[in-house]
Each structure stands twice: as structure tokens, then as C-alpha cells.
Design a protein around this ligand. Structure first.
Ligand code: CU
Ligand code: CU
Length: 368
């Protein structure tokens, strides 16, 4: 009897020890799923972030040809070194104090990764979806040299004021594969706008990835802020006219694995554009905070102080907020289906005093 007792205790000790050992093994196994190069793959973010609590991506993004973290703060190709940037963007001052801003755009067919291991045959501007963010000051001249290197007729239709011939919407304005067109117009009105292909069938050309953000700063500009561009988009990966992927800036759950770093107390300005196809309404909700909403960014006073906005296709809003608490704060569509299919991310609010964090306080392009 004594011996049986000892045996039972020994077995219990073994089971407990084995489960502790296995649970410890689990963590390195999760980390092993991250890419070894440590680039944009969420390895760092995951250390402090239990992803299992929410549906997220399985595996990691295999390509870095489009980095949603870089895209957030990129306009007028300002992520490129000067020599490289000249190939796509040039600005020339005029005597009246405005600028001529010249852009070199092309359209291509391209496979892009919209979730880890999920590739979509997109149509893109300059190799990326969303296309490059165009940014000017009210009254500047925008000139875009467009070349269609894709397999379908495309255009660039800008929201904003422009002459009829620059609209890129009627069939005689379609730019056929191999052809060129130069768009030229004044940047106006001040606000947050967008551009997209207006070739037909329109839903196909938008759903395939031909769109981008177009920011017109008011003369005198807005207050300095940590500025972020979010194009809310979606992908119909099986071509049944329903989306399988939703995101802010293309890659499902990207900012869950790579939370957007902001500093406690700093002014954060989000340029949010909705271009989701096949669904009537999209939304953007931020946790633990409220923001001022400037619809279309055209008026100096906010329209609302809220924590959620709804946007139909083509609608956009400028949002301003400050985080007064550190930690992780989620943002996502309040259509739960969209959230579960990728349209979910997080802000990582850090103390402003942290060394090495100060240089990003204002990411607004210094041109004034
Ligand atoms: Cu098109
Ligand atoms: Cu439009």
C-alpha cells in the first residue's frame, strides 16, 4: 500500500513536470514562426502582445516590397533617397510662391501579398496598392506623367477641382496599354481627397488596387503632428464579388503584428480614406480614446468628437487625437466581419521621454 502511494505521487509529479516543460516549449515554437531576418514581421511586437486573444494572421508576410509601416508616413516619395526620388517626383517653385509638383506614375499588373501566403493578382500604380500618396499645398500645380504598363485600359481620376479634360473617367480618356497621358490641374480645395482608376468595369478597376490618397494642405498648413495615412481597402481573392480580406493599407492584421508607435501626448493626425469595394459602408473605431473628425478635411472646425466614423466608398476624414495613456490601443472597423478578416490594428503608445523617440514628433514634410 505504502509503495502504491509513492508510485501515485511519482506519477503526479511527472505529469505536472511534463506539462510545465511543454508549456515552456510553446513560446519558442511560436517565435520560430517569425521570419529570421526580423524585418517587418512582428517578432518584436509579439513579445509584448498575446495574439491568441484575437483572430490574426497565421504565419508571416514573405515579401517586403510594400511595407505598410513605411507607407503610413510616406507622401511624394519621401521614403526614397534623393537620387531615387527624382525618378518619380520633382518640385519646382514658381514666382507666386506655389510649387509645380511633377509625378511619374505607371500602372502595372502585379501579384501582391494581402495576407501571409495569400497572393492577389492586383493592378497597381507604381508597383503598390494603395498607390503613392500625392501631397500638395492649396494652389500648387500637380502634373502627373502617366504611363499604362498594365494589360487593361486605365486612368487616374482625381477627386478635387480640375478641368473636364483631366477627369480620367469617360471612355475617350482611357489610357490604353502602352500609352501615356499627362494630367495637370491645380491642387484644390484644401482637404483630404483620393485618386483612383475610372476605367470600366469601375468596380473591377477599384477592387484590383488602383487607388491612393491625395492630400491638399491648406495654405499655412495644419498644426505639426505625427501624421499617418490609412487607406481602408479590401480584396476579393476568389473573384466572387465579396471580399475575403479587409485592411488598413492592404495587408491583413499588419498593424496588429506591427503596432503603430506613437508618443503619449503628441498630436496624432490620421488621414483616413475608404475605398472598400462591394460593401456599402466601412468604419474606423479607436479604443480608449476620442478624436476630432474633420470630414473631407475641408473645414477648419471639427464636425464631431467621437470614437467611430462611418465611411462610404470614396469618403474620407481627417482625425486628430492625443493618447494620454501608454500601452496598446486597438483600432478596427466596427463591422465585425471586416475586423475578423484583417481590418484591425493597434497603436503602441509610448512615453515621450523615452530616448530615441523624439525625432518622429513631427513627420509633416518640411517644405514651408
Ligand atoms: Cu483601371
Ligand atoms: Cu471616386
Amino acid at each position: 500500500m505504502q509503495r502504491n502511494h509513492a508510485l501515485v505521487i511519482a506519477v503526479i509529479i511527472f505529469i505536472v513536470a511534463a506539462s510545465i516543460y511543454l508549456s515552456l516549449q510553446q513560446q519558442p515554437a511560436d517565435k520560430a514562426n517569425d521570419q529570421p531576418d526580423g524585418q517587418h514581421n512582428g517578432a518584436k511586437a509579439r513579445e509584448g502582445m498575446p495574439m491568441a486573444a484575437h483572430a490574426g494572421v497565421v504565419g508571416n508576410y514573405s515579401t517586403s516590397d510594400f511595407d505598410p509601416s513605411v507607407y503610413l508616413t510616406t507622401w511624394n516619395f519621401n521614403d526614397l533617397p534623393p537620387k531615387e526620388r527624382e525618378k518619380y517626383y520633382k518640385e519646382t517653385p514658381l514666382p507666386d510662391g506655389t510649387l509645380i509638383r511633377e509625378y511619374w506614375f505607371s500602372a502595372q499588373d502585379k501579384k501582391i501579398e494581402v495576407a501571409p501566403g495569400v497572393f492577389y493578382d492586383a493592378w497597381v500604380y507604381n508597383g503598390q496598392a494603395p498607390g503613392p500618396t500625392v501631397r500638395a499645398t492649396d494652389g500648387d500645380t500637380i502634373r502627373i506623367y502617366f504611363k499604362n504598363d498594365g494589360s487593361k485600359p486605365h486612368t487616374i481620376h482625381f477627386h478635387g477641382l480640375h478641368p473636364a479634360g483631366m477627369d480620367g473617367s469617360f471612355p475617350d480618356q482611357f489610357v490604353n496599354p502602352g500609352e501615356n497621358f499627362t494630367y495637370e490641374f491645380k491642387a484644390e480645395p484644401a482637404g483630404l481627397h483620393l485618386y483612383h482608376c475610372h476605367s470600366t468595369p469601375l468596380k473591377d478597376h477599384i477592387a484590383h488596387g488602383l487607388y491612393g490618397a491625395y492630400i491638399v494642405d491648406p495654405k499655412g498648413s495644419r498644426a505639426p503632428a505625427h501624421e499617418l495615412v490609412m487607406v481602408l481597402n479590401s480584396f476579393d481573392t476568389n473573384f466572387d464579388e465579396e471580399n475575403e480580406i479587409y485592411a488598413a493599407n492592404t495587408k491583413a492584421f499588419y498593424y496588429m503584428n506591427n503596432p503603430i508607435k506613437v508618443k503619449k501626448g503628441e498630436l496624432v493626425r490620421i488621414y483616413a480614406v475608404n475605398i472598400v469595394e462591394f460593401d456599402q459602408i466601412n468604419s474606423l473605431h479607436i479604443h480608449g480614446n476620442f478624436f476630432n473628425e474633420y470630414r473631407t478635411g475641408t473645414m477648419p472646425e471639427p464636425n464631431a468628437y467621437t470614437d467611430i466614423i462611418e465611411l462610404g466608398q470614396g469618403e474620407r476624414s481627417v482625425l486628430e487625437l492625443r493618447f494620454n495613456e501608454t500601452g496598446l490601443f486597438m483600432f478596427h472597423a466596427h463591422q465585425t466581419e471586416f475586423t475578423e478578416k484583417g481590418w484591425m490594428g493597434a497603436f503602441d503608445v509610448q512615453d515621450a521621454e523615452l530616448p530615441g523617440q523624439i525625432e518622429n514628433l513631427s513627420s509633416q514634410e518640411v517644405e514651408e
